[in-house]
Design a protein around this ligand. Structure first.
Ligand code: NAP
Ligand code: GDD
Length: 325
């Protein structure tokens, strides 16, 4: 039985990936940071799985990282833990850098020193591109060759760890891959990301649990939105290849926040203009305006394909929030 370590198991992607790996008969060691209150809501339905072990862990603590890597010597290590909110990174740049950059170096050093056979997956991000894109035949997009010019402390921290993975690959022959994932959502998405904020608000509105307005920031940025369930499969595929590499994972479609909002409200025949208030509090000091990924490399080498459409994603989130409201 292969062993996989998964950081961020209590988060959106960590929860889906762990279930996926358990289904593939892995022993999964889920690394969870200590909390004074229970944050198992995304994993409680499989917490009793016989092949799941939960270990307390903090990415910023190198001695714990060393101890856990030495203890398990895993075949695969998926690093999904992060301070993942871009807006928050402007308010907490140092914490963001500690977790998203220094934390990754801690893992890479541990692997190099104690478990060099371990294959490592790093959760990189389209936020690393910032406002940059490639322009070809009138189309603006980002692929593996697009220059990265991050616009947020989060993007900078993720770019540093992206380069670190490349350095450990070329200098020490570590099997390290970065998945450059574009936005992906699901019913398990954190409630302060824009998509979930919208679907949760709508569910509460429909069930008469709120009569308040929905306060949002910039509606004119574009995102390439996929479903987390599709994206975690790409992470696994990267570590099954003969050689390590970095891959864009995206749908190849882009939509504005306004479009997401319009479609979500139209599900209930409502006009968002009657409910949404723009609050400058949610504007970012620097915004990423346009993301559209070209996943051709992942399609041809990994055989990966996005299966869940934009409309299906919105419906899935709405229905789930309605059931929970
Ligand atoms: P998420 O739901 O915010 O989950 C983040 C996880 O990291 C949580 O389990 C959190 O624990 C954990 N964590 C935070 N700080 C930690 C620390 N110091 N030590 C140990 N664990 C810590 O994020 P996600 O959407 O699943 O994203 C997964 C990864 O992919 C992240 O690295 C994110 O930056 C990256 N990414 C996400 C997207 C996207 O669109 N979702 C796109 C590209 C890249 P708590 O439960 O205790 O908070
Ligand atoms: N969060 C949030 N809240 N965003 C808002 C709001 C609001 O009230 N109103 C408008 N937005 C806009 C943001 O300014 C941004 O342009 C867009 O909605 C998406 O914001 P988020 O959902 O917070 O996602 P993100 O694109 O900043 O970051 C996500 O995707 C990255 C990959 O591109 C996160 O999952 C990151 O961890 C990930 O790396």
């Amino acid at each position: 039985m292969r062993t996989a370590l998964v950081t961020g198991i209590t988060g959106q992607d960590g929860s889906y990936l762990s279930e996926f790996l358990l289904d593939k008969d892995y022993k999964v060691v889920g690394l969870q940071r200590r909390s004074s209150s229970n944050n198992f809501s995304r994993i409680k339905h499989f917490l009793n799985h016989p092949n799941l072990i939960i270990e307390e862990y903090d990415l910023t603590d190198p001695s714990t990282t060393n101890r856990i890597i030495q203890k398990y010597q895993p075949e695969e290590f998926y690093n999904l833990a992060a301070q993942s909110h871009v807006g928050t990174s402007f308010d907490q740049p140092t914490t963001t850098f500690e977790i998203n950059s220094v934390g990754v170096i801690n893992i890479l050093e541990s692997i190099r020193n104690f478990s060099s056979h371990t294959k490592f997956y790093q959760a990189s991000t389209s936020e690393m591109f910032g406002r940059n894109y490639t322009l070809k035949d009138g189309k603006k997009y980002q692929d593996e060759n697009t220059t990265m010019l991050p616009q947020s402390p989060y993007g900078v921290a993720k770019l540093a760890s992206y380069h670190m993975v490349q350095i450990y690959r070329s200098s020490y022959n570590i099997f390290g891959c970065s998945g450059i994932l574009f936005n992906h959502e699901s019913p398990r998405r954190g409630e302060n990301f824009v998509t979930r904020k919208i679907t949760k608000y709508l569910a509460n509105l429909i069930k008469n649990k709120t009569s308040e307005k929905l306060y949002l920031g910039n509606l004119d940025s574009y995102r390439d939105w996929g479903h987390a369930k599709d994206y975690i499969e790409a992470m696994y595929l990267m570590l099954q290849q003969k050689n390590p590499s970095d891959y864009i994972i995206a749908t190849g479609e882009t939509h504005s926040v306004r479009e997401f909002l319009t479609k979500a409200f139209e599900y209930f025949n409502l006009d968002y203009n009657n409910y949404v208030v723009i609050d400058p509090k949610f504007y970012r000091p620097s915004e990423v305006d346009y993301l559209l990924g070209d996943p051709s490399k992942a399609k041809s080498i990994l055989g990966w394909n996005n299966k869940i459409s934009f409309n299906e994603l919105i419906n899935d989130m709405i229905i789930s929030d309605l059931n929970n409201a």
